[in-house]
Design a protein around this ligand. Sequence first.
Ligand SMILES: NC(=O)c1ccc[n+]([C@@H]2O[C@H](COP(=O)([O-])OP(=O)(O)OC[C@H]3O[C@@H](n4cnc5c(N)ncnc54)[C@H](OP(=O)(O)O)[C@@H]3O)[C@@H](O)[C@H]2O)c1
Length: 307
Amino acid sequence: MKYLKLGDDLHASQLIYGVMRTADLSVEEMEELVKTALDEGVNFFDHADIYGAPDDGACEQLFGEVLKRHPEYRKKMILQTKCGIMHGSYDFSKKHILESVDKSLERLQTDYIDILLLHRPDALYEPEEIAEAFDELERAGKVRHFGVSNMPPMQIDYLQSKLNQKLIVNQLHFNPAHAGMLGPTLFMNTPEEPAYDRDGYIIDYTRLHNITIQAWSIFQPTSKDGTYLDNPKYQELNDCLEKYAKKYNVEKSAIVVAWIMRHPAHIQPIFGTTKVEHLKQLAKGVDIELDRLEWYDIYNHAVQEVQ
Ligand SMILES: NC(=O)c1ccc[n+]([C@@H]2O[C@H](COP(=O)([O-])OP(=O)(O)OC[C@H]3O[C@@H](n4cnc5c(N)ncnc54)[C@H](OP(=O)(O)O)[C@@H]3O)[C@@H](O)[C@H]2O)c1
């Protein structure tokens, strides 16, 4: 496993296990997945207060059951959760942030969260309120570090200017079939579609400000359709991934992990599998160093297909 220093004290595995899809698993199945992740060197687990819908919090609840059985795991882990997405609206109010964290702590059966992220921008946000909530959570020892998700640069700047804590993470959708963050610089000054900037040059912004990008849904082209892996709609990308999977003697999922990690921004890929076998396969990508031509080969095949 490769590790990154996050904040000033977190020794974080570059690979993250996101547990959004785990609500229907048994405690025993979840226990095996968590143990497998830890055995692979993954010490970072991503949650959100809403994961498990229609029963919000069901994923945190299940994970809490695992921690109850294995209290020795907690100190080995970095637990991150998020708040702010409601059903059909967003809420970054002080009241909601504080209440959400208290519920997450209870469900996770822990007394602190390592990193709290604001999940997706709330148009009605008041940065001063967020600042008060963060101060209170930090003072109470309930949350140690803070970050955001799906947030554009200007909003991060504005929010950061009101906070006493540094925002250390921005969680964003990113993978070869969803690489819009790369297009504006790679296609700059051309009439090509990828030159269109939707994300505010977020990769360079985060590098400039020492904010770590966490890539969500690394096998999904959109947040709604299924995976692009083995999906005939993405044949060229699959053929290209297969070529390197054969070369490195791994599965295609490992090549995706290697592709994301090859970017010098030290992006943390978040995987969301519910299968032990898939977890072991994709984790092999951590040890693969794609060269420049291989990395661009995968990007070029994907960018043609998604245009
Ligand atoms: N911040 C945000 O707005 C946001 C949004 C979405 C997600 N997230 C975070 O990102 C995490 C990952 O998201 P995700 O679950 O959509 O990510 P993902 O890892 O791209 O998707 C996992 C899905 O791909 C399937 N899959 C098919 N073949 C696979 C293979 N060979 N290896 C691995 N998976 C394969 C999995 O099925 P199997 O279970 O059968 O393997 C699972 O349904 C979430 O858990 C959450 O923590 C954040």
